[in-house]
Write a protein that binds this ligand. Sequence first.
Ligand code: NAP
Length: 299
Amino acid sequence: MRKAERFYILFGKHGQVGRRLLERVQSEIGAQVLAFDREEYDLAGSSSELRSRLNQIDGQIEKFRNTHEIVALFTAAYTHVDGCELRPEFCRHVNVTNTIEVLNHADRNWGAKIVFFSSDYVFDGRSGPYLETDVQRPLSVYGRAKKEVEDWIETHCADRLILRTTGVFDYDRSSKNFVMQVLERLERGQAVHVVRDQYATPVWAKELSDATIDLVRAGAVGVYNVAGGGPVINRVELARAVAQAFGYPTQNIVGISTASLRQPAARPKQGGLLSHKTKQLIGWSPRSAAEALRILARK
Ligand SMILES: NC(=O)c1ccc[n+]([C@@H]2O[C@H](COP(=O)([O-])OP(=O)(O)OC[C@H]3O[C@@H](n4cnc5c(N)ncnc54)[C@H](OP(=O)(O)O)[C@@H]3O)[C@@H](O)[C@H]2O)c1
């Protein structure tokens, strides 16, 4: 029988998504929350140290297992895509080996529902936006790491939710997300060079977090896309939407090609995700990036 109340264990509480998830679960009546970041659980450290730290909280969770659904929300990751390409062993250690260490512990020792955040970078970007069922063919070390963890979860965890997302943004001065980088340059009156040939369906971190918890509450199991509403847009269109929302002229925004950037990691060009399955289950109706940005600009 499903339990009415939930005990959330959140990894990555200071990240863009983690912060919004924390706000959301802390407002849920009857919910228990344990939230961590790298100071408590460093995925870059040794796996044995990580295991012994995880063992230390078994007792705290055990007390609630009869009354609460235990939910492990795993947002933590080394998200620097080019950094992953340049340091593949480090990326694998953080994003695969130690990520699986935590997810395995949460599944086996806590009986937790596993909620893992994946990406449209599991696709090659030849034919996006993608459905959950499309064939994966990651182009980068980061994308391959996401796919490897997805595959592990599918094989080992019965109660699992793999959320694929793309182009997550929020208004957060401490974040280096695309929107904040564009905004900083616009504020300084600097030229903003952005690629015109990478397409995605950007999503506001708050709406992504709300959909995550609504999917958990609805008992969703398997892979779900959680992307923004509105059309698939390229980075020039997104940068223009930032300028328009925050009242800056758009003429400083210059479109360039991906090839000219010579980034270490290849990016999916025709990326983005279709969230029909998520919308159908929870009646979700995410805003377009332009609408979400206008809300953020008013705050
Ligand atoms: N942002 C996007 O556009 C996007 C798109 C697709 C998928 N995703 C996935 O969605 C999830 C959330 O993304 P996000 O935008 O919230 O990422 P983010 O802002 O970069 O946050 C990542 C989180 O992981 C933590 N972390 C990094 N290295 C760690 C380590 N060695 N040990 C423990 N924690 C560590 C960070 O801690 P610190 O604060 O201490 O650095 C931070 O809390 C990630 O799994 C990401 O791969 C994101």
